[in-house]
Write a protein of this length. Structure first.
Length: 204
């Protein structure tokens, strides 16, 4: 028995070919390159999707708003141009209105002077006919006319209107008491009114 055990030899060990040989370096390099390529491709895809997301969520809406803003600016510019034209028209109308107002004021002033002169002439005619009542009636509205006249005159000529009002009061007081003095006062008043009319309306 012991001899049989001694005669038994262990089976020889067969080496693992895969372990001994190992993986070729070129194959490992290709696998690493392929992995890197896949990673890069994945990163590029993610970056591309991110860029598309930015374009659709940020750039396009911003671009749209920019276009709308530019359109609004153009419309506002057109409106400003229209308003400037309207302002120009309004300025022209305002100038015309001011010119018309000046002409209207001058016409009112002329009417007041002519009205006062007509009253004085009518009173003088009544005094010449010795009709004192008619003379007073002719001058009944003249004080009011002279007050209106004074309000329309330049500051430098207002004293002239005040003097004419004082002369009118003397003339009205003299009617029935001293016709000659009254007529003299009316002459002075008529001369003052004529000079005032010539100062404003006499043609050169």
């Amino acid at each position: 028995m012991d001899e049989e055990k001694q005669n038994e030899k262990p089976a020889p060990t067969i080496p693992d070919a895969t372990k001994d040989k190992g993986i070729p370096p070129q194959s490992r390099l290709n696998r690493i390159s392929l992995r890197l390529l896949r990673w890069l491709l994945g990163i590029l895809i993610i970056m591309g999707l991110g860029a598309l997301l930015v374009i659709y969520t940020l750039y396009l809406p911003t671009r749209q708003k920019l276009v709308q803003s530019q359109e609004q600016v153009e419309q506002a510019g057109q409106r400003v141009t229209e308003l400037e034209g309207e302002v120009g028209s309004l300025s022209t109308f305002e100038e015309q209105s001011q010119d018309l107002q000046v002409e209207l004021d001058k016409t009112r002033l002329h009417v007041a002077i002519l009205s006062a002169r007509a009253d004085v002439v009518a009173a003088q005619l009544a005094l010449a006919l010795n009709n004192h009542a008619k003379a007073r009636l002719a001058l009944s509205k003249t004080p009011e006319t002279l007050k209106k006249l004074e309000s329309m005159l330049e500051p430098g000529k207002k004293k002239l209107a005040a003097d004419m009002q004082a002369r009118l009061e003397l003339a009205m007081k003299g009617i029935g008491e001293n016709a000659y003095a009254a007529n003299s006062d009316l002459d002075v008043l008529a001369t003052g009114l004529l000079e005032l009319e010539n100062a404003y309306f006499a043609k050169p």
